[in-house]
Design a binder for this molecule. Structure first.
Ligand code: SF4
Ligand code: SF4
Length: 416
C-alpha cells in the first residue's frame, strides 16, 4: 500500500476548507446564513446571532482575534497557513488539477488550452459567486440569477471578482506569495528556534543525487537545498518529491519538517511569546463569545424631534413634544415591546401602536408624542424617561432619557 504523502494530506485539508468555506453562507442557523456579512443591511450573521453595525466593538474584537490568532499560529507553525490553508494556495492547487483534467480529455495543444481556460473561467465564476454570497443572501442571489433580475452592484461585483480570480489563476498563482503577500513579509519576524519550518538536511548533503525533483515540484520556484527562503510556503511538496526519488533506494527524504530558522532541532521549554499570545487569544475569544451570546437582543434610542421643538395645543395649559423612537430587534424571532414613560406627573404617551411588534432581525422608527400639563413642569427642561419592556422576556427593560421642553411664556406671545 502506498504511503500517505503530504500532498494527500494537503488535499484533505483543501477539500475540508472548500466544503467549509463554500458552505458557510448557504448553511442556515436560525433561518440565516451561518456566517455572512450582509452588505445591504450592514449586519454580521454569526452562527445564529446577528451583530449590527451599531455594535462596532464586536468587529473590533473579531479583528483582534484574527490578528493575534495569526501571530500565534505563525510563531508555532511558521508558514503552514500559506502552504496548507491559504485560499491563494488552495485555489492555485485546484487550477493545476483543472489543467491536468483538461489534459486527460484532449491531446491537441490548442484544444487542451481552450478547454482548460474554459474550465478555469467556470471555476472562477463559481468561486466568485461564493465570495459574493458572503455579502448578500445566497438564496436571494440564486433566485435573482434564475429570474435574471440580479442588481447592478451585485452583478458587477460578481463579474469583477470572477475576472480577478481568473487572471490570478492564469497569471499569478504562487508568485503572489513571494512578491505581493504582506503576510510573507512580516511572518519571519515571528520565527524562533521552535517554529516549524522546512529544511534540507545539510549534514547529509553528500547523499543528494542532484535529481532536482524538489526544485521542479516547488510551486514557489525555489531550491530548498540553498536553505530556508522567504518564498517557501511550507507546502512540503519537496519532501514528497525527495521521498519519492530516494524511496527506490530505501532511503528517506533529505528535506523534512524541522524546527527553527536554521533547520536544527528546537529547544524544549516554555516559550514566553506563545504563552502570552495564547492567554491573550483565550481572553479575547471568551470575551467575544460571552458578548455575542449574552448581549441584549434588542436596543432602542429616543431622539427628540427638534423641528417641532414644542407646541401648545388643544386644551389650555397642555404642552406637546415630539420624538422619534428607533427600536432594533436583533434577534431571529419576532419582538413585541411595551413602551411607557415616567419622570413627569400625568404625562401621556401618544403612539400609533403599543405594544410595538417588530419582525425578526429588523428595526422600526416610530414618531411618538408626549403630552404634559404645564402645572406639572417645574423647570423649562425636564428629563423624561422612556422605558421599553420586552413582553416575551420581561427581564429585558431598556430606559432612555430625553428632554421635554416648554416655551417661555413671553416667546411668540404664547399664553400657557
Ligand atoms: S521549498 Fe518545499 S515547502 Fe517550500 S514552497 Fe518549495 S516545495 Fe513547498
Ligand atoms: S529531490 Fe532530494 S535528492 Fe533530488 S535534488 Fe532534491 S534534495 Fe537532492
Amino acid at each position: 500500500m502506498g504511503r500517505f504523502t503530504f500532498r494527500a494530506w494537503r488535499r484533505v485539508a483543501a477539500w475540508t476548507q472548500a466544503v467549509l468555506i463554500l458552505g458557510l453562507p448557504f448553511v442556515r442557523v436560525g433561518g440565516e446564513s451561518a456566517l455572512r456579512f450582509d452588505v445591504p443591511t450592514l449586519k454580521l450573521y454569526f452562527f445564529g446571532s446577528v451583530v449590527w453595525i451599531s455594535e462596532a466593538y464586536f468587529f473590533l474584537l473579531v479583528l483582534l482575534l484574527f490578528a493575534i490568532g495569526v501571530m500565534l499560529f505563525t510563531v508555532l507553525y511558521g508558514r503552514i497557513w500559506c502552504g496548507w490553508m491559504c485560499p491563494q494556495t488552495v485555489l492555485s492547487d485546484y487550477s493545476r488539477s483543472i489543467e491536468r483534467i483538461a489534459a486527460w480529455f484532449t491531446g491537441h495543444r490548442f484544444l487542451r488550452t481552450a478547454f482548460s481556460q474554459g474550465l478555469l473561467a467556470v471555476f472562477s465564476t463559481l468561486v466568485a459567486f461564493d465570495l459574493v454570497a458572503f455579502f448578500v443572501s445566497p438564496y436571494d442571489l440564486l433566485a435573482d440569477v434564475r429570474s435574471r433580475s440580479i442588481g447592478p452592484w451585485t452583478f458587477w461585483s460578481w463579474i469583477f471578482f470572477s475576472s480577478l480570480i481568473y487572471l490570478n489563476l492564469v497569471f499569478v498563482r504562487q508568485r503572489f506569495c513571494a512578491s505581493i503577500c504582506p503576510y510573507a513579509r512580516f511572518q519571519s519576524a515571528f520565527f524562533d528556534q521552535d517554529t516549524l519550518t522546512i529544511a534540507f538536511d545539510a549534514s547529509r548533503a553528500g547523499e543528494c543525487m542532484g535529481c532536482e525533483a524538489c526544485v521542479r515540484t516547488c510551486p514557489a520556484e525555489i531550491d530548498i537545498r540553498q536553505g530556508l527562503q522567504v518564498e517557501c510556503i511550507n507546502c512540503a511538496a519537496c519532501i514528497d518529491a525527495c521521498s519519492h526519488q530516494r524511496d527506490r533506494y530505501g532511503k528517506g527524504s533529505l528535506v523534512y519538517y524541522a524546527k527553527g530558522k536554521g533547520g536544527h532541532d528546537g529547544q524544549a521549554g516554555t516559550r514566553p511569546r506563545v504563552v502570552w499570545l495564547s492567554l491573550l487569544l483565550s481572553v479575547i475569544a471568551v470575551l467575544f463569545l460571552y458578548q455575542i451570546y449574552s448581549r441584549m437582543p434588542v436596543d432602542f434610542w429616543v431622539i427628540r424631534d427638534e423641528r417641532q421643538s414644542y407646541h401648545q395645543i388643544g386644551v389650555r395649559g397642555n404642552i406637546l413634544n415630539a420624538y422619534s423612537l428607533l427600536i432594533e430587534n436583533r434577534s431571529l424571532t419576532p419582538g413585541i415591546y411595551q413602551l411607557s414613560i415616567s419622570g413627569i406627573k400625568d404625562a401621556e404617551l401618544v403612539i400609533s401602536q403599543n405594544p410595538v411588534r417588530i419582525p425578526p432581525n429588523s428595526s422600526a422608527r416610530l414618531p411618538v408624542y408626549v403630552f404634559a400639563k404645564r402645572q406639572n413642569l417645574s423647570e423649562r427642561m425636564t428629563r423624561i424617561r422612556f422605558t421599553l419592556t420586552d413582553t416575551v422576556s420581561s427581564e429585558i427593560r431598556i430606559d432612555q432619557e430625553a428632554p421635554f421642553i416648554y416655551p417661555e411664556r413671553s416667546d411668540k406671545g404664547v399664553d400657557i
